[in-house]
Ligand binder design. Structure first.
Ligand code: ATR
Length: 494
């Protein structure tokens, strides 16, 4: 059974609802008419909407006790639902918590009844969710809908387990909320009867609903099936990562059945539990970001040399249930620079001494290039320089000595939007190769000045793309094309 995609329409009057419904019908398999959004809905509205939409339609009139907007009595609500059945709506949604569902099940006409249960607080234990499904399946409902709220990424796996254990039941299940994001996509892999997507960002009918553009354009929802392997980026604020825009377009290009998702994993027990689920479910690997890179080490069965040296993992691959950790953070900078020049023996000035600087210095020293670090807080530069055998110059002297270097790299956030008028350096020698790690804007003040001085410049997104290419190859064994990832990066929506 192929999971269908439904788009809810949330117009406040029937004309607006029809307008949205027609737009939704272009991409959705099924349109859901959220009649509770319409002020003072009438029988005529119900008929008119149905006649105008040439896709199967779900009629839903959510009461306030189930987070809906319908303000009338239950008797009135029942009449409207009966009108939808009479009109011939393919599906009608009725709440398991209501007192009217039993009589509607007896009078369902030719409509299929979706018996729905929402939990806006949490996702109960698997046992409880399973019991709820068993109880609901004793009714005459055609389709069950169980929608809890995820408070952790791990809640999603309870729902995947529920879907897997009920393969013959028509069951719609995924989690609401920001932590439920992955379930709205992956419920297709696990056989949910439906998933829902919003027509656009402003038309969400439920918390955490993904827009149809993102569902299909970014995640290729239509291509997901039970064999799809899962990849993603695990981080506390993974939802801000842009990496999904770079990886997902390439899977299609090389004909591999993967999907790449943000994995919003919290620290502590949440990470422990997630790693159990990472083993248990169909993950092929993941990228790791703040704050899990160091902690990831203890979950690995094997570490590559670089991850060991750096003491942090940013890439995990799962093969035969063994986890191997890599660190590719330094690769992007090195690859981006090597497109322009040999690094061996070059005199490099690295500005900044934070996490990004550490990866860049590590990569340069490995070549080996000759590295000098300068940083606003001198002690941090000294600490880093000691670790890697580099030199330090005073931050005040940076403009004076800049002309002596073959390569200069800014690893600070200076010049990043909205601080676009600032630059960490003003003096450049035309023979210096200049790179910025800031990529918003692409051409920072720092790079503009360098370009004006006649330098070759490397914009910040190149590092990200080369880094992503390296990870992609670790997961899939295939080298992606720079051009495809770079173009995808350039087209990232705001
Ligand atoms: P990241 O992980 O991105 O490298 P970080 O570890 O917070 O972030 O490091 C930020 C770097 O930018 C540091 O080198 C910081 O200098 P300090 O060590 O003195 O804090 C540098 N930085 C940030 N804002 C700066 C500014 N306005 N002027 C100069 N350096 C700045």
């Amino acid at each position: 059974m192929e999971t269908k995609l439904a788009i809810p329409v949330v117009g406040e009057d029937v004309d607006e609802a029809i307008k949205q419904g027609k737009a939704a019908a272009k991409t959705a398999d099924i349109v859901e008419f959220r009649a509770d959004f319409v002020r003072q809905i009438t029988d005529a509205d119900i008929e008119q909407f149905y006649q105008q939409i040439d896709k199967p339609v779900i009629f839903t009139c959510r009461p306030q006790f189930e987070n809906g907007h319908f303000k009338g009595s239950e008797k009135e609500r029942k009449q409207l639902i009966l009108q939808a059945i009479k009109t011939g709506y393919e599906y009608v949604d009725v709440e398991y918590k209501s007192d009217i569902y039993e009589s509607l099940l007896e009078n369902s006409g030719n409509s299929q009844i979706i018996l729905s249960h929402h939990n806006f607080e949490e996702t109960p234990d698997y046992g409880q969710v399973k019991n709820l499904a068993a109880e609901m399946s004793k009714t005459k409902a055609d389709i069950l809908k169980i929608i809890p709220t995820a408070n952790s990424i791990n809640d999603n796996f309870k729902i995947f387990r529920l879907l897997q254990s009920n393969p013959n039941q028509k069951l719609i299940s995924f989690c609401m909320g920001i932590y439920g994001h992955i379930s709205r996509v992956l419920c297709k892999k696990y056989g949910s009867y439906l998933s829902f997507a919003a027509l656009d960002k402003n038309s969400q009918s439920a918390d955490g609903q993904i827009s149809v553009g993102e569902m299909q354009g970014t995640y290729h929802f239509n291509s997901i099936d039970q064999n799809t392997k899962i990849l993603g980026v695990a981080g506390e604020f993974a939802e801000n990562s842009k990496s999904k825009y770079m990886h997902n377009p390439v899977f299609e290009n090389i004909g591999k059945n993967y999907v790449y998702l943000p994995l919003k994993v919290q620290s502590g027990r949440d990470l422990d539990n997630f790693m159990d689920n990472f083993h248990r479910y169909d993950f092929a690997g993941m990228a790791v970001t703040i704050p899990h890179k160091e902690k990831m080490i203890k979950y690995m069965d094997e570490l590559d040399k670089t991850a060991k040296e750096i003491g942090a993992v940013n890439t995990v691959v799962k093969q035969n249930d063994r986890l191997k950790g890599f660190n590719t953070d330094y690769v992007g900078a090195v690859r981006a620079l090597e497109n322009y020049t040999e690094l061996n023996g070059k005199k490099c000035m690295v500005i900044g001494a934070g996490g990004a600087s550490r990866a860049v210095v590590f990569g340069l020293v490995k070549k080996p290039a000759r590295v000098t670090i300068t940083n606003r807080t001198r002690e941090k530069a000294e600490k880093l320089a000691k670790e890697f055998g580099s030199k330090v110059i005073d931050f005040e002297d940076r403009n004076k000595v800049a002309q002596q270097f073959d390569i200069i790299i800014n690893t600070t956030s200076v010049g990043m939007y909205p601080d676009t008028d600032n630059t960490v350096l003003e003096t450049f020698n035309e023979s210096t190769l200049v790179m910025d790690i800031v990529y918003k804007p692409l051409k920072t003040k720092f790079l503009q000045l360098a370009e004006q001085a006649g330098c070759e410049i490397i914009t910040g997104e190149k590092m990200l793309v080369y880094q992503a290419m390296e990870q992609f190859e670790i997961w899939t064994g295939q080298r992606p094309k720079f051009k495809i990832m770079h173009k995808a990066f350039s087209n990232i929506p705001e």
